[in-house]
Ligand binder design. Structure first.
Ligand SMILES: CC(=O)SCCNC(=O)CCNC(=O)[C@H](O)C(C)(C)COP(=O)(O)OP(=O)(O)OC[C@H]1O[C@@H](n2cnc3c(N)ncnc32)[C@H](O)[C@@H]1OP(=O)(O)O
Ligand SMILES: O=C([O-])CC(=O)C(=O)O
Length: 371
């Protein structure tokens, strides 16, 4: 038995949800470019969970179902208030709050498909309310209740800022949510599948997945991209900063990808949005700096920008706190996790690979007094 480090190239499951073939990403066979240009996030969630695009009436019913389930139990909000708000990272708060939501869901351990789909709706609906509520509570503000009759993206911004967002802001968040929704067998999705393949419940699977997404090699990279841009400060410092990082063998956040070799097809949509939004808000330097870094890394390391790279300057120009970038990723990716969880349950087998033994050969036990 020989191990493949990081399971690179290992095909661990069959799936009909999303695919990456020759650097092209599709959701259920639909090109990400078409979905990014034309779809609402709700349409994409419906697609991932039903493996077909909704009709107008199906979409309306689905949107209403989501909107009807956005309110979070008071006990969960009270719990958020009890954290040490000066130090708790919103991803840790979200991971804990999702686990807690399971305690208040009477169907948490009911394992039939219909119950799991109802839980999927509740989780998808409530996760944006939790992110927005935590963001407000830590600023000393009260959470804002969701609105009826608006999109998921608009509702999130409304709950976050307590006022109606501009159309361009809603468009940006909607597109970001569409682009982040699913991505084949990435680390957090794999985590969710491994968890529920033991026939554990949906809340456990999503809690585990949030933990995996939090890391800087995965979803946590978007926050670090903005940290890097902030440290760089001005355009002319970008290349010297990057050269120094590379000389110290440090990784450049938002660059590189395990699967894409010639580029992440999601990055160009975020790049375009970053250009537009930073111009609109008079913050072009973040975009210009990002372009310089991307070009330098491509030329010198042959590495492409990934989805996390330009999402940083997009969210920053919307005035969003940097540590909320990864929770926003989670708000979108929960749709993919839930799709994969439903798929795993529908054709389950315990996921249990093997390890290549590289420890010492069999050893003679020595009594403790003789060691
Ligand atoms: C939504 C997402 O999860 S997208 C990914 C988000 N993560 C990041 O942006 C973090 C930065 N990027 C990385 O760490 C990596 O590119 C990963 C983890 C995304 C994928 O990497 P892997 O396929 O595992 O490649 P690995 O980390 O083994 O690196 C291979 C080589 O490329 C280099 N490399 C890879 N990414 C980077 C980077 N961002 N900056 C500098 N060098 C890099 C490594 O140093 C290594 O070089 P070496 O062979 O000389 O030691
Ligand atoms: O697929 C991966 O390894 C990481 C990624 O881009 C994602 O999860 O969106």
């Amino acid at each position: 038995m020989t191990a493949t480090k990081g399971l690179e190239g290992v095909v661990a499951t069959q799936s009909s949800i999303s695919s990456i073939i020759d650097d092209q990403l599709t959701y259920v066979g639909y090109k990400i470019d078409d979905l990014a240009e034309n779809s609402s996030f709700e349409e994409v969630v419906y697609l991932l969970w039903n493996l077909k695009l909704p009709t107008q009436s199906e979409l309306e019913a689905f949107k209403k179902d989501l909107a009807d389930h956005m309110e979070v139990p008071d006990a969960v909000i009270e719990h958020l208030r009890s954290y040490d708000l000066s130090t708790v990272h919103p991803m840790a708060a979200l991971r804990t709050a999702v686990s807690l939501l399971g305690l208040y869901d009477e169907e948490a351990d009911v394992m039939d498909e219909e119950a799991n789909r109802r839980k999927a709706i509740r989780l998808q609906a409530q996760i944006s309310s939790v992110v927005a509520a935590f963001a407000r509570i830590r600023k000393g503000l009260d959470p804002v209740k969701p609105k009826q009759g608006v999109s998921y993206a608009e509702n999130f911004l409304y709950m976050l800022n307590g006022k109606d967002p501009e159309a361009i802001e809603v468009e940006a968040i909607n597109k970001a949510l569409v682009l982040h929704a699913d991505h084949e067998l990435n680390a957090s999705t794999f985590t969710a599948r491994v968890c529920v393949a033991t026939l554990s419940d949906v809340y456990s699977g999503i809690t585990a997945a949030i933990g995996a997404l939090k890391g800087p090699l995965h979803g946590g990279a978007n926050e670090r991209v903005m940290k890097m841009l902030t440290e760089i400060g001005e355009e002319e410092n970008a290349i010297p900063y990057i050269k120094e990082k590379l000389a110290n063998k440090e990784k450049i956040m938002g660059m590189g990808h395990r699967v894409y070799r010639n580029g992440d097809p999601r990055a160009k949509h975020l790049e375009k949005m970053s250009k537009e939004l930073t111009k609109l808000t008079g913050q072009e330097k973040w975009y210009n700096m990002s372009v310089k870094i991307e070009e330098y890394i491509k030329e010198n390391k042959g590495l492409p920008a990934n989805v996390d790279f330009y999402s940083a300057s997009v969210y920053h120009s919307l005035g969003i706190d940097h540590d909320l970038f990864t929770p926003i990723f989670a708000m979108s990716r929960v749709s993919g996790w839930l799709a994969h969880i439903l798929e795993q349950y529908s054709n389950n087998r315990l996921i249990r690979p093997r390890a290549e033994w590289v420890g010492p050969n069999t050893q003679e036990y020595v009594a403790i007094e003789n060691r």
